[in-house]
Structure formats: structure tokens, C-alpha cells
Design a protein around this ligand. Structure first.
Ligand code: NAP
Ligand code: MN
Length: 266
């Protein structure tokens, strides 16, 4: 088994990296940064986003395992004291591969078309103030947006930025993207739906921004400033991201453990 590790950079994560290497060596795993089969992320969900983007070009050939060194994460679900058990399962068991949908965008500028994939979401914001954009769904005018921004999230990203915007939490078996608004302005000229919308696979939306606007485009944790975006086409990507499951951890249990944390015995 060829593996690589990406860590958050703090002392605990760094010490776990060393521990993992020695446990992995005992099992005959091969450390390979160029063509890993398994990418281990040690840190938080943010660390896993970085790991994802480091290997996004070979996403079909890698699978991700997240170990958290802070609070329970949505992508990072192994605890620091479970490292030995994890390496044992990696060596001895054949995991169930769960595959989560990704979002894709094609950004049309005056000179080129840029392609991006995201694990959590894309967001668009106006750099100099209000974002002004026309939103088409399946090539027909849907709404005229004026406001702080728009967030297009994946099902697994629905618990992140999207949730803060009042978007729905979407089970990752529902292949979809969710469009959520950030503080839309509603008047007679600009009117938006207000609630967030789920688009299924094979539907698309185009965000056609007003000319010469400076736009901050975020792809998960990465922010890029653009000044010549003409339009952005958003859809469910044909590629998916893989996570080996060595033990069950249902999505709704993650949601409950992360956000509700009830003592179920009461
Ligand atoms: P960050 O500022 O550390 O992330 C914000 C929080 O989101 C962290 O607690 C992070 O967990 C958590 N998170 C990341 N992905 C998640 C997911 N799929 N489900 C639930 N929580 C999740 O920045 P970052 O670590 O680089 O993460 C970037 C993400 O931050 C973006 O993709 C976006 O979703 C989110 N974000 C949220 C807001 C907001 O809610 N207002 C604004 C901007 C960005 P860890 O601490 O484990 O990393
Ligand atoms: Mn973070």
C-alpha cells in the first residue's frame, strides 16, 4: 500500500505523522508522495480540504483517510489514540469505499475557460461591494441576484459554509449541488427566491456576472480574485472523491455528534 500524509503543522499532528510512519513501516506500507493510493490527513476538515486539492488531478486513483487532532470532523473521523487500530485495519481489512459527489465549475473569462472541482463549495463575492449577477438554471433566466454573494455546495460541504447560511444538510448519496444566497437584496428590480435550491445531477446553473466586477472566487479554502469573469457554469462533477470506511460511521450520526451532541440516554 502506497500512502502519503498531510498534516496541519501543529505539534500533535506532527508527532502523529511520525507515529503513523513507524506503524506503517512495520506493516510494509510504502511512503510515496507522487503516486499514493491513500492520502492520510492529520488535523481538521480544513487539512483534508488541502489534501484533496493537492491530489485533485489524480482524484480517481486516491482515497482519503482523515485523523482529527481537534474536534470531530466531517472528513476527519479517526481520533489520535486510534492510530494503531487504523493501521491494523488498513493492513488487514478490505474497506467499503464510499464515494462522495463533488461540484465542478467552468469559469469563462475574456481569454480562457478555467475548470475547478470542489469538495465543500464554491463561493462568489463582490470585492468592491455588492455582487450583481444573473442566474440561469438549465439555460433559462432564473433570477437577478444582488447581494453579498452566492455559495454552491456539495452534499458533504452542506454542513460547512452552506449550513451557516441556513441551507439544508444533504445526505451525500443525493448527487446534487445546493445554491445558497449570502444576504440578497430584494426589490422590484432584483428579486431572488430567498430559499436555497438543490440542483440534481445533469442540471446546471450559470452565474453571469455584471461586466468589469472584481469577484472573489473561493474554491473550498482557496481564494482567487478575478476581474474578468463573464460567467460561471456550476454542476455536479462526473468525478467523485473516495473514502475507505473501515468501520461504519453514518452521516446522520456525524451530524448529530458535531452539532447536537445530545446524551441519547436522557
Ligand atoms: P476554517 O475557517 O478553519 O473553517 C471553518 C470551519 O468549518 C472549521 O471549523 C472547519 O473544521 C469547518 N469545516 C470545514 N469543512 C467542513 C464540513 N464539510 N462540514 C462541517 N464543517 C466543516 O477554514 P478551513 O478549515 O480552511 O475550511 C474552509 C471551509 O470553511 C470552507 O470550505 C467553508 O465551508 C468554511 N467557511 C465557513 C464560513 C462560515 O460558516 N461562515 C465562512 C467561510 C468559510 P476544522 O476546524 O476541522 O478545519
Ligand atoms: Mn480549519
Amino acid at each position: 500500500m502506497k500512502y502519503t500524509i498531510i498534516d496541519r503543522g501543529d505539534a500533535l499532528s506532527k508527532s502523529l505523522v511520525q507515529q503513523f510512519h513507524s506503524l506503517a513501516a512495520e506493516r510494509g506500507f510504502i511512503h510515496n508522495n507522487e503516486q499514493p493510493e491513500i492520502v492520510i490527513s492529520i488535523g481538521g476538515d480544513g487539512t483534508l480540504l488541502q489534501a484533496f486539492h493537492n491530489y485533485v488531478d489524480c482524484i480517481a486513483d486516491v482515497a482519503f483517510v482523515g485523523i482529527h487532532t481537534g474536534h470531530l470532523g466531517f472528513y476527519a473521523d479517526w481520533k489520535a489514540d486510534e492510530l494503531e487500530e487504523l493501521v491494523r485495519l488498513m493492513a488487514e481489512e478490505t474497506p467499503i469505499m464510499v464515494r462522495y459527489p463533488l461540484a465542478q465549475i467552468e469559469v469563462e473569462t475574456s481569454t480562457e475557460t478555467l475548470h475547478y472541482l470542489s469538495l465543500n463549495e464554491f463561493s462568489l463575492k463582490g470585492v468592491d461591494g455588492t455582487l450583481v449577477a444573473q442566474i440561469n438554471v438549465n439555460d433559462e433566466l432564473f433570477e437577478m441576484f444582488r447581494g453579498d454573494g452566492i455559495v454552491i455546495s456539495t452534499p458533504t460541504g452542506s454542513t460547512a459554509y452552506n449550513k451557516s447560511l441556513g441551507g439544508a444538510i444533504v445526505h451525500p448519496s443525493i448527487e446534487s449541488i445546493q445554491i445558497a444566497e449570502i444576504a440578497s437584496i430584494n426589490n422590484r428590480v432584483f428579486r431572488t427566491l430567498g430559499s436555497s435550491v438543490l440542483l440534481p445531477k445533469h442540471h446546471h446553473c450559470d452565474i453571469i456576472s455584471k461586466k468589469d466586477q472584481r469577484i472573489q472566487l473561493s474554491i473550498d479554502h482557496v481564494n482567487i480574485m478575478h476581474s474578468d469573469i463573464k460567467s460561471i457554469r456550476c454542476s455536479v462533477a462526473s468525478r467523485k472523491v473516495s473514502f475507505p470506511r473501515y468501520r461504519p460511521f453514518p452521516f446522520w450520526n456525524r451530524v448529530r455528534d458535531a452539532f447536537l451532541d445530545y446524551d441519547v440516554r436522557d
